[in-house]
Unconditional design. Structure first.
Ligand SMILES: C[S@@+](CC[C@H](N)C(=O)[O-])C[C@H]1O[C@@H](n2cnc3c(N)ncnc32)[C@H](O)[C@@H]1O
Length: 907
């Protein structure tokens, strides 16, 4: 029973969003409990942290407790590096004067204020009651704006403290990043944004705005979570920020698999190596007591056992992270718990393990390093050198039971002796054994059974329990001396070892609620200096690890492999053109091998890597279906295949020709079927992901025709790029009409569009198009615009609006705006959902100019009908994790979000 409960807690810890599906009755329980303020008290929790001395006893500890009992302010961050980033920042600032000095029902709510430690003014926080948001007009309008922008992905609701760990990773364009415990994905969002647009340069200065944003950077983010349900929330969250640089996996972080890739170093040789990451985030499952301001049930449910039960798993995850980190790489370990057992004890345990393994790991001093200068204003306390341990939740019961047994034993011994003496004195003769009424030892005293555990746990769970005594144990040796059987199950790493100063644990960061009105958090930033004696060597004597900055070597190797493939293909084409069938038959079978002679070491390395493949194969499996591949996998895993497109397929060639795309681009087009045929939706990934998915032994191996990355349990990758238009009865469409560029691909395609496929528009023309929403060509009243659009062929375009100001219409655009445009035979459409068009209109024109009446997809009636249809067709979905539980960010009526903008527009 106890174990099941703990398991649930691990998977269910929430941070930056809730996991609870709509209609979950636990939400009601929470709300009910929330209202009773006297519940915000837990004598054991308070005593535990007082005795741990996480904060000096006295006045400050009281301030800490008071802050823990106040509701958490709302915070959000503005998506960095996108076309509208500066516009959103300006809108946020423009709201402030309107929200200052407002009095409502006797209160003066405070306007949003920036988080002083968040770089480039992109983090914000405010503290306003829901009743004010609903009724007070200016705050109501702020809420409407936040709803629009959150849905558009330009604003992200996130707890302020949860924004800290990714900041200290300072992710750059070429970083290989692993987010080990990623769901629901608030921090993954930050990491992904940073790969596209780093918040800071590597030295902590502001990056050059001209090069800050890259649509397809070299690096990648792998977001992983072991909980299948939470992984689907993660997928939902990250697809708000479409990226070709993301993979989502579903593995246990403690055993996160090695990913093997080709790598070309300075010597020009291609070797196969295991990926070692430049940046790793281990935001591990924890007891979550730092979130008590948001999740007030913590006051009720907290027990010491929560942290104890998680310590071992946290340590295992951190050690795996250290293993997977590239020398020169950086790792952040974080929890939203205040408990040293889950924090300093884990970091110290892992550092000791690293020392033993010969890895040069150290904690980074974030106060000293100039790179972290921008975060100086983050108020924090140093990590602890000392903490206390109560290693067993039932220690009191064990002691009682032991003492009782000893007493019984003593009594039994005493009475036997007394009786013997009495008998001896009465009879004056020898005592006859067996006559004495000796109790069986242990009859009365319960042993240390589960029942005993449960009894004690029950009393500990009671938040109002007056029994606050905590049975601290000085050291593991003391526990072993007292209870050797139990001690064997307890990790020695729970206790300080006396080396905490040497390990510089003070460099860890503790953020407390009272310091700057936030939740509580723990963050440790670690650095790996050099590879020690644990460097793995494969059968060929090649080092399998690599220093930071691997992405470039992977790309170089992939380019060379592509070249070799092209050479081979053109040779084969030349041979088949010039040779007769008879000559072909006579041709030496070694010719093909010779054509690759320059890559002999590579072939050997590939063979060696293929031998390491973990997936089984049996003869005859080549023809098996994808379902069969699932049977190979013990844990059920259903995902469609990932195949890069067949370069010689008719549709691939047609897309390539229609959009004049280089082969190097086309190679990165991905489809979700076994054959690589281009059928309905085409995705795009960056080359490093292609290297992982096509060149690793799992995928190279001929046995794995299924192209389902079973070992990695890949759940999601690829940015939608082309969508096939609906079938046209009886006629073949021209390619440009058939393959539409989807809106998520605008940034990727911008740099590749032929000039004739870019349509320029002024701010006034943009306004006109938004007003018409989905105009027939004949409805366009601006003659030049009408002419430009009418003379364009049907198909996909990028509509480009230059930055500028048009005072006549009250418009201002800070950065060039690019939007996907579809030119149908009789109409044009900006490929955005109506809500997004409204959001853009607000940003540029300060008001919503979009005419809803011509919206063909989202009229109120259709919305209602669609919702009803969906409800019948599909089980209820979990809410967006970023929006749940937060009225501020919830649309009053559910918005029709879905494939609308990407649905095939009528021709
Ligand atoms: C603190 S939450 C992560 C929050 C997330 N980083 C964010 O910012 O949204 C911890 C996550 O770890 C996951 N988890 C628990 N055990 C795990 C394991 N052994 N391997 C990987 N993930 C695990 C849980 O499912 C949970 O989603």
């Amino acid at each position: 029973m106890g174990r099941a409960k703990r398991g649930k807690r691990i998977g269910g810890r929430r941070d930056g969003g809730s996991t609870r599906p709509q209609g979950d009755t636990r939400v009601d329980r929470k709300q009910q409990w929330w209202l009773e303020e006297e519940n915000l008290h837990n004598a054991r929790l308070e005593k535990y942290y007082q005795e741990q001395r996480i904060i000096p006893d006295g006045e400050e500890f009281q301030q800490f407790l008071e802050a823990c009992k106040k509701p958490l302010p709302t915070s959000f961050r503005i998506t960095a590096g996108r076309a509208f980033t500066s516009q959103i920042l300006r809108s946020t600032e423009e709201h402030i004067p309107h929200l200052s000095n407002i009095e409502f029902e006797g209160e003066r709510p405070s306007p949003p204020r920036e988080l002083p430690w968040y770089p480039r003014r992109l983090g914000w926080q405010f503290d306003v009651k829901k009743s004010i948001l609903r009724k007070q007009p200016e705050f109501k309008s702020l809420q409407g704006w936040l709803v629009h922008e959150t849905e558009s992905g330009t604003i992200n609701r996130q707890e302020a403290v949860s924004m800290i760990p990714p900041l200290f990773l300072n992710v750059q364009h070429d970083h290989l990043v692993l987010d080990m415990c990623a769901a629901p994905g608030s921090k993954t969002g930050q990491l992904l944004e940073a790969v596209h647009a780093p918040l800071l340069a590597p030295d902590g200065t502001t990056p050059d705005p001209a090069t800050q944003y890259q649509a397809v950077p070299l690096g990648l983010v792998i977001a992983n979570d072991s909980d299948a349900q939470r992984v689907s929330m993660l997928k939902h969250q990250v697809t708000r920020l479409p990226s070709p640089n993301l993979m989502v996996t579903n593995c246990d972080a403690r055993f996160y698999p090695n990913i093997t890739v080709p790598y070309m170093g300075a010597d020009g040789e291609i070797q196969y190596k295991d990926v070692r990451y430049d940046r790793i985030l281990a935001d591990v499952p924890c007891s979550g007591d730092g979130t008590m301001r948001k999740n007030q049930l913590i006051w009720k449910d907290w027990t010491m056992a929560n942290g104890l039960g998680l310590h071992k798993m946290q340590l295992q995850i951190l050690i795996r992270a250290m293993t997977l980190l590239a020398p020169g790489g950086r790792l952040v370990y974080s929890t939203c718990s205040l408990n040293p057992i889950e924090n300093e004890a884990v970091v110290a345990g892992a550092l000791r393990e690293a020392e033993a393994a010969g890895w040069d790991m150290e904690l980074i001093d974030t106060m000293e390093s100039p790179e972290f200068e921008p975060f100086r204003q983050l108020k924090r306390r140093p990590g602890l050198h000392q903490w206390k341990v109560c290693p067993l939740k039932n220690l009191g019961a064990l002691r009682q039971s032991r003492d009782k047994r000893a007493a019984v034993k003593a009594r039994a011994g005493q009475s036997a002796e007394d009786e013997a003496k009495a008998k001896a004195s009465a009879a004056g003769s020898d005592v006859q054994e067996g006559n004495a009424p000796v109790n069986k030892v242990g009859d009365e005293a319960p042993a240390a059974t589960e029942d005993a555990n449960l009894q004690v746990e029950g009393s500990q769970n009671d938040a109002s329990s007056s029994n606050t005594q905590i049975d601290w144990v000085e050291s593991w040796a003391d526990l072993n001396a007292e209870f050797p059987v139990e001690a064997k199950k307890v990790a020695k790493t729970l206790w300080p070892h006396g080396d905490e100063e040497r390990l510089k644990l003070e460099r860890c960061m503790r953020v407390y609620p009272h310091l700057q009105n936030t939740g509580g958090f723990f963050v440790a930033v670690l650095h790996k200096r050099s590879q020690g004696n644990r460097t793995k060597v494969d059968g060929k004597g090649q080092a399998k690890s690599e220093t930071a900055g691997m992405a470039e070597g992977i790309k170089r190797a992939l380019d060379r492999l592509d070249e070799l493939q092209d050479e081979k293909a053109s040779k084969a084409a030349a041979v088949s053109a010039s040779e007769s069938t008879a000559e072909k038959r006579a041709r030496s079978p070694t010719d093909d091998a010779e054509s690759e002679s320059s890559s002999v070491p590579m072939k050997k390395a590939k063979a060696a890597a293929a031998d390491e493949s973990e997936v089984d194969s049996k003869p005859g499996q080549e023809d098996a279906t994808y379902e069969f591949a699932n049977e190979l996998n013990p844990a059920a895993f259903k995902e469609d295949a990932y195949s890069y497109v067949d370069l010689s397929h008719r549709e691939t060639l047609a897309i390539q020709a229609a959009y004049s795309l280089p082969t190097s681009f086309i190679r990165n087009l991905l489809v979700r079927n076994l054959t690589g045929e281009v059928q309905r939706m085409v995705y795009y990934t960056n080359p490093v992901i292609r290297a992982i998915l096509t060149q690793g032994p799992e995928f190279k191996n001929a046995r794995h025709k299924y192209r389902v990355p079973v070992k990695l349990r890949l759940i999601f990758s690829g940015n939608k790029i082309f969508a096939r238009q609906g079938p046209t009865a009886g006629e073949e469409r021209a390619t440009l009409e058939k393959w539409r560029i989807v809106r998520e691909a605008t940034d990727i395609m911008k740099g590749y569009m032929p000039p004739q496929r870019i349509v320029k528009a002024t701010l006034k023309e943009l306004m006109h198009m938004l007003q018409l929403n989905y105009p027939k060509l004949g409805d366009i009243e601006m003659e030049q615009l009408k002419e430009r659009l009418s003379s364009a062929d049907t198909g996909s375009y990028i509509l480009e609006v230059d930055a500028g100001v048009d005072e006549g219409i009250g418009a201002r655009l800070d950065d060039t705006l690019s939007l996907a445009l579809w030119r149908a035979p009789h109409s044009v459409n900006i490929m955005l959902e109506k809500q997004e068009k409204s959001a853009i209109s607000f940003r540029i024109f300060g008001r919503d100019v979009v005419d809803g009446s011509t919206d063909r997809y989202f009229t109120a009636q259709q919305k209602g009908q669609k919702k009803a249809e969906n409800a019948l067709a599909t089980p209820p979905k979990a809410k967006s994790p970023s929006a749940e539980d937060d009225e501020m960010f919830n649309a009053p009526a559910p918005a029709a979000i879905g494939d609308g903008a990407n649905a095939a527009p009528p021709s």
